[in-house]
Design a protein around this ligand. Structure first.
Ligand code: ADP
Ligand code: MG
Length: 144
């Protein structure tokens, strides 16, 4: 499934809709370059889960978790991870295999840790279509 958005608000709305339909055990791999809109997407997704507290980038903490929504929400940004073994300390098994939903920015850095079935979201820019244009592809939702 491909969606195109033309503003931050449209990406928030799309992610909010996905968040409202998210179910426990889902892991969303969120791919895209720096500034593509991964954290913006996470913000909308959290809204859809009923989380009202502000969602900011977990870059320095690697993981931020939210327990005020419909189900627990684990938001990872693994950009600064030095290697996959660091994830053991941070904790991912409860997140990936538990009763919550996980969303991971920079998923290629922890490739081997993911469960077999994940949902892949890719956010891409296209300078030819304007500064605020994003092409968002969503794969794997139907095989859940
Ligand atoms: P990332 O987490 O991928 O590094 P951020 O979500 O932190 O990126 O930042 C995305 C930036 O792009 C924000 O400044 C946001 O306002 C801007 N932006 C412009 N257009 C869009 C769009 N259509 N969707 C999402 N973000 C957009
Ligand atoms: Mg980010």
């Amino acid at each position: 499934m491909i969606r195109e958005t033309f503003s931050e608000e449209e990406t928030i709305a799309l992610a909010r809709d996905l968040g409202s339909k998210a179910v426990p055990g889902q892991v969303y791999r969120l791919d895209g370059d720096l500034g593509a809109g991964k954290t913006v997407f996470a913000r909308g997704f959290a809204e859809g889960l009923g989380i009202t507290e502000p969602v900011s980038s977990p870059t320095f903490q690697i993981l931020k978790e939210y327990h005020t929504g419909r189900i627990p929400f684990y938001h990872y940004d693994v950009y600064r991870l030095s290697d996959e073994s660091e994830m053991d300390e941070i904790g991912y098994e409860d997140a990936f295999y538990g009763a919550g939903v996980s969303l991971v920015e920079w998923p290629e850095r922890i490739e081997t840790l993911f469960p077999e079935k994940c949902i892949d979201i890719k956010i891409e820019t296209d300078p030819g279509k304007g500064f605020d244009y994003r092409r968002i592809s969503i794969e794997g939702l139907q095989d859940q």
